[in-house]
Design a protein around this ligand. Structure first.
Ligand SMILES: [Zn+2]
Length: 127
C-alpha cells in the first residue's frame, strides 16, 4: 500500500485491497423462472453448491422455479406446513363434547350474572 497515495480517496467507499493473486471460487449461474410474472432471476452460486429448486422472484417476490435445460424443476410442496388456526389448536386440546360442556357452563354463568344485573358486556367468554 506504500506505493499508493491515500489522497483523494474516499475512505470506506472503496477497498484498497488488491485482487492480485486472489483465486476466485469457481462459480455457476442458475436461472429461476417466476411462476407469477414469468421473468427470470439469475443467481450466482459456488460451483460446488447445490442450487435450491426455488427462489424468490426479484421482480414480484413470488416463487421462481429453477430452470434445468429448457424445463423447470418440479418443486415438492408436500412438506409445506399449513398454518393452524386458533380453532384447530383448540380442537387438539379439547374434544367437541368437552367444548359443548364448557360453552354451556359459560353461558349459564353469563345468564346468571345478567339476571343479577351485572354488566357482562366488557367480559370475554373464556375458553
Ligand atoms: Zn415474478
Amino acid at each position: 500500500m506504500a506505493d499508493r497515495s491515500l489522497r483523494g480517496i474516499r475512505l470506506g467507499a472503496q477497498s484498497l485491497q488488491s485482487e492480485e493473486g486472489v483465486v476466485f471460487m469457481e462459480r455457476t449461474q442458475y436461472t429461476y423462472a417466476c411462476t407469477s410474472c414469468g421473468r427470470d432471476t439469475t443467481l450466482t452460486f459456488a460451483a460446488d453448491a447445490e442450487a435450491p429448486e426455488a427462489w424468490e422472484c426479484r421482480t414480484c417476490g413470488a416463487e421462481a422455479v429453477l430452470r434445468v435445460g429448457d424445463k423447470t424443476a418440479v418443486v415438492d410442496h408436500s412438506e409445506d406446513k399449513i398454518p393452524r388456526t386458533h380453532w384447530d389448536m383448540l380442537l387438539e386440546r379439547r374434544s367437541r363434547p368437552e367444548l359443548e360442556e364448557l360453552l354451556e357452563e359459560r353461558l349459564a354463568f353469563i345468564r346468571a350474572r345478567r339476571g343479577a344485573g351485572e354488566d357482562v358486556t366488557a367480559q370475554k367468554i373464556g375458553a
